[in-house]
Design a protein around this ligand. Structure first.
Ligand code: GDP
Length: 179
């Protein structure tokens, strides 16, 4: 290995799914680079981004996959899901339809990701938007998450609120499953 490159104990594949424009790419870029990219579609074609962190004294490389727009064409392939240990299902708190599609995304995940051991988080993004624009209440989403056995958090890729915490909670859960 290269000098200075820490030994990696685990690689966790995490997929991010949800309707178009809910903020998947921005959440990923916030977590992996602490950036909100103004040119938001600059990552088209990029399959995943990584961030390496230490959990319980182990070096964990989180490999976070972005659909790169495939969801627009309903063409998210099973290769995308294959081997995913964690998943984030993202909706936009200002667009009700994106929340109504959450169950469909969860089913798709369960059908394609290997087994039921994939840890799934439900994320209501764009929590920074003014209250008058909101179309989904946090407690309604929390109820759905509880029914489906998902971890839930609202977040904002724009301000960074809860993004780190949401990803870390998911990675901790994955760690608990695999270790
Ligand atoms: P994707 O299609 O799900 O990957 O969505 P993008 O990450 O490309 O974001 C779609 C649009 O929502 C872009 O115009 C982003 O700038 C905007 N956006 C993403 N996250 C947030 C957020 O947390 N707050 C606000 N206000 N806008 C956001």
């Amino acid at each position: 290995r290269w000098e200075g490159e820490a030994e990696i104990d685990y690689v966790f594949k995490v997929v991010v799914v949800g309707d178009s424009a809910v903020g998947k790419t921005q959440l990923l870029s916030r977590f992996t680079r602490d950036e909100f990219a103004l040119d938001s579609k600059s990552t088209i074609g990029v399959e995943f981004q990584t961030r390496t962190l230490t959990l319980h004294r182990k070096r964990v490389k989180a490999q976070i996959w972005d659909t790169a727009g495939q969801e627009r064409y309903r063409a998210v392939t099973s290769a995308y899901y294959r081997g995913a240990l964690g998943a984030m299902v993202v909706y936009d708190v200002t667009r009700r339809a994106t929340f109504e599609h959450v169950s469909r995304w969860v089913e798709e995940l369960r059908a394609h990701a290997d087994g039921s051991s994939t840890v799934v988080a439900l994320i209501g993004n764009k929590a920074d938007m003014p209250a008058v624009r909101r179309e989904v209440a946090a407690d309604e989403a929390a109820r759905l998450a509880e029914e489906q056995g998902l971890f839930f958090s609202e977040a904002s890729a724009l301000t960074g609120d809860n993004v780190e915490r949401a990803f870390l909670t998911l990675l901790e859960e994955v760690f608990a499953v695999v270790s």
